[in-house]
Design a protein around this ligand. Structure first.
Ligand SMILES: Cc1cc2nc3c(=O)[nH]c(=O)nc-3n(C[C@H](O)[C@H](O)[C@H](O)COP(=O)(O)OP(=O)(O)OC[C@H]3O[C@@H](n4cnc5c(N)ncnc54)[C@H](O)[C@@H]3O)c2cc1C
Length: 351
């Protein structure tokens, strides 16, 4: 159901930004509680899982499940309970006002009493030839997710920070050989992580080297990759300015990007929602209980947008359900008096 939202008069009980697993899980819970959520699909309907072919570590699917299929199932489930989906992208949020107001990319304004931010984090891509076609077909941004598909392969890890070292160490459990490709001759990673990676017999390093192209097809996966090197580092810059570089094609069965994620929080930058130094939404942990509450009463966050650490489908889905339950509690107990809360919204998911 993709119809434009009523932006004229209606004030929604809850708006959910994002249709990755976190947003969909929040949509199922809030719809089931009769809160009639409006869910924005944004620039990447279905989120990051639509970039992968097979998911083997999501609970309940012993044979694995396709990323698209999991997302489609979640959307159908939320729609069946009454969630409304729309293609809109949120450009700006005015969260000092009650009800909250949003400006969408088509310029329309929407109002809501409560908000769940589930806008995810986008893995940074290198810009290598072939990456658009091969992402999810041997090229990945998540070793925990896709490492087990590369038993016995030689693989590349692109990056030089702690996450690149973590990915390399994880991949070394499956792959025959892991080569860390870094564009300089020293790493940004912490000493302890560097030592662990350097001491591992199946991990090697290619210094002053960058990935130029990935070869293969969606049918057969990755067949190899072209690397460029220059003794002073940053070889792609040298290529761009017509300089000489060494170029080599290597036989690898997998490539993993580990150059970080960018949380999708631009629309929150000028709001009182607190972000950490990297732009992730800060959520409160009160006493012993984790919550999805942000610095703004009535605004909650779930999934990769507030979790730089785990970034897994199952954790994002879990946090989506937490945010939905937190919204229900908030609407029931702390919302402005003008909010009409359906009786059933106090019912919890285990009813
Ligand atoms: C190639 C790949 C393979 C992976 N494989 C696995 C795996 O096998 N197992 C696993 O557990 N995890 C895997 N992951 C990680 C998993 O996909 C993420 O942890 C999960 O998708 C996070 O879900 P999310 O809902 O928080 O955010 P996302 O999936 O990032 O979804 C974000 C949503 O927010 C929307 N949005 C963003 N900005 C706006 C805006 N301004 N307005 C409106 N909407 C907006 C986007 O359009 C999107 O719908 C993989 C990731 C990748 C990239």
């Amino acid at each position: 159901m993709n119809r434009p939202p009523d932006t004229t008069t209606a004030v929604r009980n809850v708006v959910i930004i994002g249709t990755g697993v976190a947003g969909l899980s929040a949509a199922v819970y809030t719809a089931r509680a009769d809160l009639e959520p409006l869910v924005f699909e944004g620039p990447e309907p279905g989120g990051q899982l639509t970039l992968t072919t097979e998911i083997e570590n999501y609970l309940g699917f012993p044979e694995g499940i396709g990323g698209m299929e999991l997302i489609q199932n979640g959307k159908e489930q939320a729609t069946a309970f009454g969630a409304e989906f729309t293609r809109g992208t949120v450009e700006d949020a005015m969260l000092e006002k009650r009800p909250f107001e949003f400006e969408l990319s088509d310029g329309s304004i929407l109002r809501t009493h409560s908000l769940i931010v589930a806008s995810g984090a986008s893995a940074r891509w290198v810009g290598a030839e072939g990456e658009d076609e091969l992402m999810g077909y041997g090229l990945s941004t998540c070793a925990t997710c896709d490492g087990a598909f590369h038993r016995g392969d030689d693989v590349l890890v692109i990056g030089g920070g702690d996450s690149a070292m973590e990915e390399a160490l994880f991949l070394a459990k499956f792959a025959d050989n892991v080569t860390v490709v870094h564009r300089r001759d020293e790493l940004r990673a912490s000493e302890i992580m560097v030592d662990r990676a350097r001491d591992h017999e199946d991990i090697e390093f290619r210094w002053n080297t960058e990935l130029e192209a990935i070869h293969g097809s969606q049918e057969d996966g990755i067949a190899g990759a072209t690397l460029v090197s220059h003794s002073n580092g940053y070889p792609k810059e040298k290529v761009a300015t017509g300089g000489d570089v060494d170029r080599e094609t290597v036989n690898v069965g997998g490539v993993f990007y580990a150059i970080g994620h960018t949380p999708n929080t631009t629309f929150l930058r000028d709001t009182p929602v607190e972000l950490d130094d990297n732009g992730y939404v800060w959520t409160a942990n009160t006493d012993a209980w984790a919550t999805t509450a942000t610095a703004v009463d009535g605004v909650f966050a779930a999934g990769d947008v507030m979790d730089p650490h785990y970034q897994q489908a199952v954790t994002a889905a879990g946090m989506g359900s937490m945010a939905a339950l937190d919204v229900e509690d908030w609407l029931e107990s702390g919302a402005p008096a003008s909010v009409e809360v359906p009786d059933s919204s106090v019912a919890k998911a285990n009813d």
